[in-house]
Write a protein that binds this ligand. Structure first.
Ligand code: PMP
Length: 400
């Protein structure tokens, strides 16, 4: 599907062609249209946004704000004022952990996260915990990598102030019931943040349908540029939260006696935004929308199921995570071959996978392992890619 749109896939590595790129959960490759749109803006439009009366500044501002509207539509947010541009999922979560805890949490208050979180959704709350004396409570998972919803319900008490949970695990491929997680949080009168870093690239997300209070994702994981991401937040929460950083754009008036802050979303966007990257992100979202998120989902599901069935035919192969509902991420272990050896040898065969703890050390500890080898799929992957992976693993297995 669409391989010709991605110039890097033509690259020959170690004399191997075509490149089998299976590290998409870390970052996706970029279609030409995304890079072209950014180059075009640098060469023909570039000027700082929001503050200029001159032609180029207004044109750049229009493009930047049009990108915000594209993001709004893509996740079906109600208003563009609820779309904050950040540097990525990590910054989006840190923003909420900092500003929400400042506004609404005191010593002894609790945040609920899960055992399968990426470090960005653990450490950001731990930093808030150090500042404010708040406490992290953790939803346990089953051996199959599924959230224990009854245990989740039992974590709530009068000190619970927010839930922050991933939509899809970047290690296990588990698709969490985000709508249910949010609903349960709301039944207890607290808001919920959903980390959408690994969901937005793979299936259609509707933040109003999820009813989540915050939603975070990264541009670079959905065929967009690095350095840009999104925080969606319901206006009612964003209005009550203090700004994250101080600087240009986020103020209305400044004096040494005091400052008034700008309206949403600018209150949370201090300094010159990466307005070229927001153009690239919008182009990427237009690109996947033109293919259709449902088509992307179907294609990747087919590949994932095929890969799981083929991998399980290899003796001594263990796949971590649920057996049924599995997103386009497969973590595996073959016999006692160290994941680093497996990844290094696959690389020599022209197959790029990721190895290690995948920024989820607590999850590794829960699974009783140090790391895994992870293959993750994107819209441009094919059955040939899966066959190359499986044949590569078979060859490596024979060497051990
Ligand atoms: N959450 C999840 C589930 C992720 O997979 C990642 C990236 N691996 C992040 C958060 C952090 O994303 P970024 O590094 O783009 O900020």
């Amino acid at each position: 599907m669409m391989r010709e749109d991605f110039p890097i896939l033509q690259k020959v590595i170690y004399g191997k062609y075509p490149l089998v790129y299976l590290d998409n959960a870390a970052t996706t490759q970029k279609p030409r249209c995304v890079v072209d749109a950014m180059t075009e803006e640098y060469f023909n439009v570039n000027a700082n946004v929001h503050r200029g009366v001159h032609f180029l500044s207004q044109q750049a501002t229009d493009l930047h704000e049009a990108s915000r509207e594209t993001v709004r539509k893509f996740i079906n947010a109600g208003k563009t004022s609820e779309i904050i541009f950040t540097r990525g999922t990590t910054e989006s979560i840190n923003l909420v952990a900092t500003c929400f805890s400042d506004a609404f949490m005191k010593e002894g208050d609790e945040v609920i996260v899960s055992e399968m979180e990426h470090h960005s959704n653990i450490v950001s709350w731990q930093i808030a915990a150090q500042r404010k004396g708040i406490v992290l409570r953790v939803i346990p998972i089953s051996d199959d990598g599924v959230l224990d919803i009854d245990a989740y319900k039992a974590l709530f008490n009068e000190r619970t102030k927010i839930v922050s949970c991933t939509h899809v695990s970047n290690v296990l491929g588990t698709v969490n019931p985000a709508g249910e997680i949010v609903r349960i949080a709301h039944e207890h009168g607290v808001p919920a943040l959903i980390d959408g870093a690994q969901s937005t690239p793979h299936f259609a997300v509707d933040v109003q349908d999820l009813d989540c209070d915050f939603f975070a994702f990264s541009g670079h994981k959905i065929y967009g540029p690095t350095g840009v991401g999104v925080l969606y937040g319901k206006e009612e929460w964003l209005e009550k939260m203090p700004p994250y950083m101080g600087g240009g754009d986020m103020i209305k008036t400044v004096s040494f006696e005091g400052t008034t802050f700008n309206d949403l979303p600018y209150k949370f966007e201090a300094g010159t935004p990466d307005y070229i990257a927001t153009t690239g992100l919008a182009k990427a979202l237009d690109y996947v929308s033109s293919i259709g998120m449902d088509n992307i989902y179907r294609h990747e599901q087919e590949l994932t199921e095929y890969a799981m069935s083929q991998l399980l035919k290899i003796d001594e192969t263990v796949i971590f995570g649920p057996k049924d509902k599995h997103d386009a991420v497969i973590s595996f272990q073959v016999g006692n071959i160290h994941h680093l050896d497996m990844g290094t040898l696959l690389d020599r065969l022209g197959i790029a996978v990721r190895t290690g703890h995948h920024c989820a050390e607590p999850l590794m500890r829960r699974l009783g392992i140090e790391g895994t080898c992870r293959a993750s799929f994107a819209l441009y992957n094919t059955k040939d890619d899966v066959d190359a992976l499986v044949n590569g693993i078979r060859r490596i297995r024979q060497m051990f």
